[in-house]
Design a protein around this ligand. Structure first.
Ligand code: TYD
Length: 139
């Protein structure tokens, strides 16, 4: 659920020549990293996401620019603003996400716990709600 989603501050090696951040599987993210993908060249006003995953865990990082991530576990919603290349947003399984308000030049890098699998997606919000309310009692 939402309570396990959180911002994770990654290590920074400060250097006058430029800073360095690194991410190690199961150390700085609570899963094995099996896939990396990124969103870029996002036109003004465009929105991404609009789905939840049955099992996938992810870490989102604003490598450049900024955007907002709206998380929804079927019980509550929370918005996170990402704009630092040393801060990730951990998203647990069964959390609906919308990514909005991309700045120009924004790059959203995603570290994922598994390979791409379309059958792992809930792309229909009502179906997602039905699924989570079936396993998570409301109220
Ligand atoms: P989708 O996950 O819906 O994008 P977002 O959540 O960022 O808006 O994926 C968009 C399309 O890209 C979809 O047709 C599947 C394809 N895709 C892959 O082939 N491999 C991947 O690793 C990802 C993330 C998407």
């Amino acid at each position: 659920g939402l309570e396990r989603c959180r911002a994770i501050d990654l290590p920074i090696v400060h250097d006058p020549r430029g800073n360095l951040t690194f991410i190690e599987s199961n150390r700085h993210v609570p899963f094995d990293i099996k896939r990396v993908y990124y969103l870029y060249d996002v036109p003004g006003g465009a929105e991404r996401g609009g789905h939840a995953h049955k099992n996938l865990e992810q870490l989102l990082i604003a490598m450049s620019g900024s955007f907002d991530v709206i998380l929804d576990d079927g019980l509550a919603k929370q918005t996170f603003s990402l704009n630092r290349s040393y801060r990730g947003l951990y998203i647990e399984r069964l959390v609906w996400r919308e990514i909005v308000n991309f700045s120009s030049g924004a790059v959203c890098m995603v570290l994922a716990s598994d390979f791409y699998d379309e059958t792992d997606y809930y792309r229909d919000y009502d179906e997602f709600i039905k699924a989570v309310r079936g396993t998570v009692p409301v109220g």
